[in-house]
Write a protein that binds this ligand. Structure first.
Ligand code: UD1
Length: 427
């Protein structure tokens, strides 16, 4: 069992380059199923979620060559199984992203039903309703969803009740091979959806409007393999920006490898908090010369404030000179992180989906547990300016989405190490 141990109080300096976007890479890997042949993805992050998606594809008959640490050549010519098994879906819900491409290419898919997870119920009813409108029939037994389109998929207009990222992606990937035109109304607008549509268009799809609430997909007969570069990870970038805002020395730190336009609302809120964010050609330079001002934040679908930055923003707000409210509108159970931050001295009260935060003067290092991916990273970042040592456990959550997290922090001058500790139950 590994933990991350952080010694607080060391100023950060220099630059950090973020990896490719987890949430883009996973969907692009799934989308390779649509184009028989070898698709090469570059700038793929070396993180455990990508390894799980690799296993899902291999179980279906794909082969994956690791060209270098960040490039995968995925050959989907011989795919002959259309099942995403329980042990992999239970590890990573995003495995359900194979449903759309499997339906697009083979007209059938068998996907383990994702159970509850630590971010709340996380249903996939909108995926199913949308695919049904395209002609897919669903059946469930023994914990599996069986999807099939005996008559093929036919384009139609699908209006999503909520701009779900996963539902938008599954619908795009299914409808690229449908007969006729599909319109997704109230589509999610996240940059990762634009990246997916761009790769599918390079493969020969006809998608317009990605990045807007109305996406139009004209079905085509076949897609061909391509080489595509994954966009930079805006959430990893945002996490390091918070690290810089908290702990950078007078020169600040530079965060590169992503598009600042993908973090518009986050940077705006951080600037309102008194953080200096200078856009550069490569990313941003961040530092802070004054106390943190309180601001209210509510999470919303893109271009709103991302739920995946909520915990990191709370680490800043909890040190502000005054009170703030953070409202979580996307996921239930995404405040579990707050009670861990309270163990480090924060003053936070949760009421429903609102967190009332009263700024304190500083954090005190403590033993804390990662409740989820972003919460775990946020706790380690809080440790950078905590008095004494912070030990973050359950770091398998962090490994899901942050490549070389400890090494990148160390390169900025932080005193952070990954330590193997004996399981207390074995004592
Ligand atoms: C994706 C991201 C995740 C991010 C989230 C919101 C990946 C792998 N994950 O998750 O990091 O936090 O977008 O930006 O890309 N919902 C339903 N029914 C559905 C679908 C969704 O009720 O059929 C609900 C969910 O329970 C949740 C909300 O809608 O409360 C948002 O979910 P969605 O946008 O679909 O997020 P994901 O695609 O799961």
């Amino acid at each position: 069992m590994d933990i991350i141990r952080v010694e607080g109080g060391h100023a950060l300096a220099g630059a950090v380059h973020v990896s490719g976007a987890k949430n883009s890479a996973l969907k692009l890997m799934a989308a390779t199923l649509l184009a028989p042949g070898v698709t090469t993805l570059t700038n793929v992050p070396n993180i455990s979620d990508v390894h799980v998606m690799g296993k899902v594809l291999k179980r279906m008959g794909a082969t994956i060559e690791v060209v270098d640490e960040h490039s995968l050549a995925i050959d989907t010519s011989a795919v002959d199984s259309w099942e995403a098994p329980y042990e992999l879906v239970a590890k990573m819900r995003a495995s359900t992203a194979v449903m759309g491409p499997l339906l697009g290419r083979f007209g059938c898919a068998k996907i383990a039903m994702p159970g509850g997870c630590n971010l709340g119920a996380r249903k996939i009813d909108m995926h199913i309703l949308g695919l049904e409108a395209l002609g897919v029939e669903f059946d469930t037994d023994h914990g599996y969803i069986h999807a099939s389109a005996p008559q093929g998929l036919s384009g139609t207009t699908v209006t999503l009740e909520f701009a779900s990222v996963g539902a938008t992606e599954n619908l795009i990937m299914a409808s690229v091979r449908a007969e006729g035109t599909t319109v997704i109304d109230n589509a999610a607008r996240e940059p990762e959806i634009v990246d997916l549509a761009n790769m599918l268009n390079e493969m020969g799809a006809r998608i317009t409007g990605a990045g807007t609430p109305v996406v139009q997909i004209e079905g085509v007969d076949e897609l061909h393999p391509v080489t595509h570069r994954v966009i930079g990870d805006r959430i990893e970038a945002g996490t390091f920006i918070v690290a810089g805002a908290l702990a950078a020395g007078p020169e600040g730190i530079e965060v590169t490898g992503f598009s600042p336009a993908h973090l518009g609302m986050v940077l705006k809120k951080f600037e309102l908090m008194g953080i200096d964010v200078e856009r550069t050609d490569e990313g941003v330079r961040v530092h802070r010369a004054r106390g943190i001002r309180p601001v209210d934040i509510q999470t919303l679908p893109f271009p709103g404030f991302p739920t995946d930055m909520q915990a990191q923003a709370m680490v800043l707000s909890a040190l502000a000179e005054g009170s703030s409210v953070i409202t979580e509108n996307i996921f239930e159970n995404r405040f579990m992180f707050a009670s861990e931050l309270v163990r480090m001295g924060a003053d936070i009260r949760i009421e429903g989906h609102h967190a009332m935060i009263h700024g304190v003067d500083g954090y005190s290092g403590a033993q804390v547990t990662s409740p989820d991916l972003r919460g775990g990273a946020a706790l380690a970042v809080a440790g950078l300016i905590a008095e004494g040592y912070t030990e973050v456990s359950a770091i398998h959550h962090i490994d899901r989405g942050y490549e070389h997290f400890v090494e990148k922090l160390c390169a900025l001058g932080a005193h952070v190490e990954r330590v193997a500790v004996p399981d207390p139950i074995d004592d």
